[in-house]
Ligand binder design. Structure first.
Ligand SMILES: [Fe+2]
Ligand SMILES: [Fe+2]
Length: 173
């Protein structure tokens, strides 16, 4: 489909451009999945730290949730590492940097920002896997995405906010 030659003028050309992000090589997909893996490691570390450091009676329920998130992020890391290995790549061992703070609200905000970034990336990854015909991989990432969106909701709720729209109309095309 994506290879179909544009003979219908700019509408088709625009569509091709919008879908461009979905067309990646195997090598590019390995690199992108390694970025996802580095983000999963970051999430594990942040949730381990924040779930124990978070203080204040009003935050005890969310602290328990964060502890559960840590375990879920570890499962995600294992799934993503397996996909990288399947593609012939070497799973990274380096997490993205984790911010720390003494303030509960900061910690929840850092987590929410990271989850927004994660959701944005996995939505794109599903499209990229499907464009390559890697439907099973897309399915694994969809399952992770369901949990990441639950994490987003838990954090936004604890902060008394709505969940932001993280994907632009162009990215959704
Ligand atoms: Fe995750
Ligand atoms: Fe998450």
């Amino acid at each position: 489909m994506a290879d179909r030659q544009s003979s219908k003028g700019t509408a088709t050309a625009d569509r091709k451009e919008n879908n461009g992000a979905a067309q990646v090589t195997r090598e590019e997909l390995i690199n992108l999945l390694n970025e996802d893996l580095a983000r999963e490691y970051q999430a594990i570390i942040a949730y381990v730290n924040y779930s124990q450091v978070l203080k204040g009676a009003q935050y005890m329920a969310i602290a328990g949730e964060l502890e559960k998130h840590a375990a879920e992020e570890l499962k995600h890391a294992l799934i993503i590492a397996k996909q990288i290995d399947y593609l012939g790549g070497m799973p990274t061992v380096t997490p993205l940097a984790v911010k720390t703070s003494e303030k509960a609200e900061d910690m929840l905000r850092f987590d929410l920002d990271n989850e927004n970034e994660t959701v944005r990336n996995y939505r794109q990854r599903v499209r990229q896997c499907e464009a390559m015909g890697e439907y099973a991989m897309a399915e694994h990432i969809r399952e992770i995405l369901v949990q990441e969106q639950e994490h987003q909701i838990d954090l936004a709720t604890a902060l008394g906010k709505d969940v932001n729209e993280v994907t632009s109309p162009e990215q959704r095309a």
